[in-house]
Design a binder for this molecule. Structure first.
Ligand SMILES: [Zn+2]
Length: 182
């Protein structure tokens, strides 16, 4: 039996009454691949930001989202590789934001908590990365765009764009723009 905050969420499941079915996965993927306009946005798991809203994306199925702590790319690469196989997106957007948890809580804090939780895994945990942002988000955006550009799992033809989002002002700033057409 389910208890806790999910009980209220389940009450919302009446939404099925007015639900309209989306296209099938294979139909959608074929259309996306043919359009050559698929976009994947990597952004933070922070509940204060809604990338669909910020970027004005309606349910057009042209863009999809990966959300990780900080919007860090190394956490997202495996998912991006799968999305690339299914829908062949031509653009990846890396969006980091101001007042991000990863700028306040650094890897040391995450590791300390994990080692307390699983002391026998101390060595493995100490060797892990959790995506801290110690300098500016412009720096972390540049770093993640470079990671994606260098990744053998990401197609070299993919445009990788970097955007900084000011969560207090609602303003997006371009950090890395599109490469000019070759
Ligand atoms: Zn964040």
């Amino acid at each position: 039996m389910i208890t806790g905050p999910v009980v209220e969420m389940l009450a919302h499941s009446k939404f099925a009454a007015t639900y309209k079915s989306p296209p099938g996965l294979l139909q959608m993927a074929t259309a996306l691949r043919a359009s050559g306009k698929g976009v994947v946005v990597i952004s933070c798991s922070d509940p204060r930001l809604n990338p669909y809203e910020i970027l004005g994306i309606e349910a057009t199925l042209k863009a999809t989202m990966v959300r990780t702590a900080g919007g860090r790319a190394f956490d997202a690469i495996r998912t991006l590789a799968v999305l690339q196989t299914i829908g062949n997106p031509t653009t990846i957007v890396v969006m980091h934001h101001t007042d991000c948890g990863m700028t306040h809580f650094h890897d040391d804090a995450v590791k300390k908590a994990l080692i307390e939780q699983s002391p026998s895994e101390k060595v493995a945990i100490e060797g892990m990365k959790f995506g801290e942002i110690k300098d500016s988000i412009e720096d972390s955006i540049r770093e993640d765009v470079a990671i994606l550009e260098a990744s053998p799992l990401i197609k070299k033809s993919t445009q990788i764009i970097g955007l900084a989002y000011d969560i207090m002002m609602g303003v997006l700033t371009e950090v890395i723009g599109s490469k000019s057409e070759v």
